[in-house]
Design a protein around this ligand. Sequence first.
Ligand code: COA
Ligand code: AMP
Length: 628
Amino acid sequence: MTPYETLYQRSIADPEGFWEEQARAIDWFEFPKNILSKDENDLFRWYDGGMLNTCHLALDYHVAHGRADQVALIYDSPVTQMFQQFTYRELLDATARFAGALQQLGVGKGDRVIIYMPMIPQVVVGMLACARLGAIHSVVFGGFAPHELALRIDDAQPKVILTASAGVEFDKIIPYEPILETALKEARHQVDHVVLFQRWFRKSEPGNTRYLDWELLERSATAVGCTPVAATDPLYILYTSGTTGKPKGIVRDNGGHAVALRYSMQHIYNALPGDVYWAASDVGWVVGHSYIVYAPLITGCTTILYEGKPVRTPDAGAYWRVISDYKVKVMFTAPTGFRAVKKEDPDGVLKQDYAIDSLRYLFLAGERCDVATLEWAQQLLGIPVIDHWWQTESGWPMLANLAGVELLPVPPGSVGKPVPGFDVQIIDSESNVMGPGEEGAVGIRLPLPPGCLPSLWNAPEQFKDSYLRAYPGYYFTGDGGYRDQDGYFFITGRIDDVINVAGHRLSTADMEEIVASHPAVAECTVIGVANDLKGQVPMGFVVLKAGIEITETALEAELVKMVRERLGAVACFKNALIVKRLPKTRSGKILRRVMRNIADGKTFQPPSTIEDSGVLDEIKEKLHHISS
Ligand code: COA
Ligand code: AMP
């Protein structure tokens, strides 16, 4: 057996032995009594009885073990021309003081803190300070509109919210507190305090007294130590799009998370203590949580917080500049970022201005990577470019090519083989394992390894309904795919109502709810259609109520505005078409997959259950019209 096969087989044959051994790589206050057990909801839990603190692992441990003066965090902000570095000691000092400030505000173990902030060092300090106190943070991505923020405030019921005066998107300043204020007006839950970090280029003047100044608070606070928490206590909640308009609160526990991330850094990314690791993502997404903040710091790496874009900040050489400035060894981003660079600088001319020979691996995830982009990056960089697959729920990769174990000859278009701990199977609707080349649902045989969601926030039954009940014995990922003869997996896309726009996960059901609320709309559907830059973009199809007179252009403009205001600009909802009818089966199910195939120009066979295949001709004609 190859080194990968040996490792993988062991992890599946003896999960408890395997993960007990991996758990020894982190510094516990008390080593767990049970490696794997079940909780009161009959759900699997890792490391019950173990006591630890994630902030201790990320900061205190390294300061005490020779890394105090190593750079922990590099802040690189081409959009504001701010460049700062924090050693482990400096990051610990700032975090311990800010944790003291939060404690003064009444935040303690188990309390929730919502973080609605741009990509600035304070967001890392805020997350780690919560972890230090045993408080549960919930970071909300800056691109979401007030309504989405309000939903999260009501579900998480935070004591305190952390925010900043503004974010920057290319050259556009986005004031944050007006968004937060609108959300707080909509939310039923009211918070005691909002701590606001004032950025130098925009000072907020909040009109009410619940706002406290971040810097004043931090300056007057006393540093506090780490609160021991149970391995099974939540570290954070991260809301993600599901198949309804209500986001799902993914819970991450402390123990399994720390063990899994530490394991992944060495085995998947080949990133070792002291290495420079760069995840060009946003802390509002799982990639940012796991691979900007927690995994690199728990491992003793130097991590980079990049407040910029792949292009236009200032040009398509931005990635190369960061890699060369900080001697990045491992980079991780979404394929969209590389598609944007490829579009602007197809010959990679700008790369010639930079020495990027420190870069050993490029990892891509978050959405499907087209083979052309993968091969373009590989040729340009001359290093392994590794497409790997995971999701908010898993918290770390499930299918990959393990750079720290052995690099396998992964065929183009595949996301590799199962990561140790993940028993990935392609299954049919009866949970039968399917053979090579057969496409089905991607399921993970239970138990999931450490680091994956143990449940949804305050909703164990919803967790079972969403992920466990459809395929007994398996966790259902929401993705479809197949495995080839050699065991390499291919992901064909979501088989539910989730789409991926520029690596951002969004729910079409959420958009449908908004579109359907327009007074002119009788019924509608929103599907994700292929897009060269963003992978997918949403497109709405609308049937008007009888007697309504409105032009397609006027309706489209109103719907675009509504989705922007309610869901956020990040949805990229820009197209809506009026149709006479939606294609449906005789039982009334909208044929979204058929519509997607038409929009993507794929050949397909309409199902025999279709109510009226003439409807498809109208859709084809409309799409043909807009694409020409
Ligand atoms: N705060 C506020 N608004 C935000 C935002 C944030 N954090 N992130 C995105 N938006 C807004 C953008 O300003 C844009 O608004 P606009 O319609 O008014 O221009 C809209 O949401 C869509 O953003 P995006 O999809 O990012 O498109 P873009 O044209 O601004 O940028 C790319 C295109 C390719 C440069 C950009 O998507 C990118 O950098 N992608 C890299 C992938 C990535 O990091 N993914 C993270 C998951 S791993
Ligand atoms: P998120 O939870 O935002 O990380 O999105 C997870 C979803 O993104 C997965 O369920 C997949 O549909 C998709 N995804 C992530 N990585 C990949 C990949 N490498 N290839 C194809 N799809 C991916």
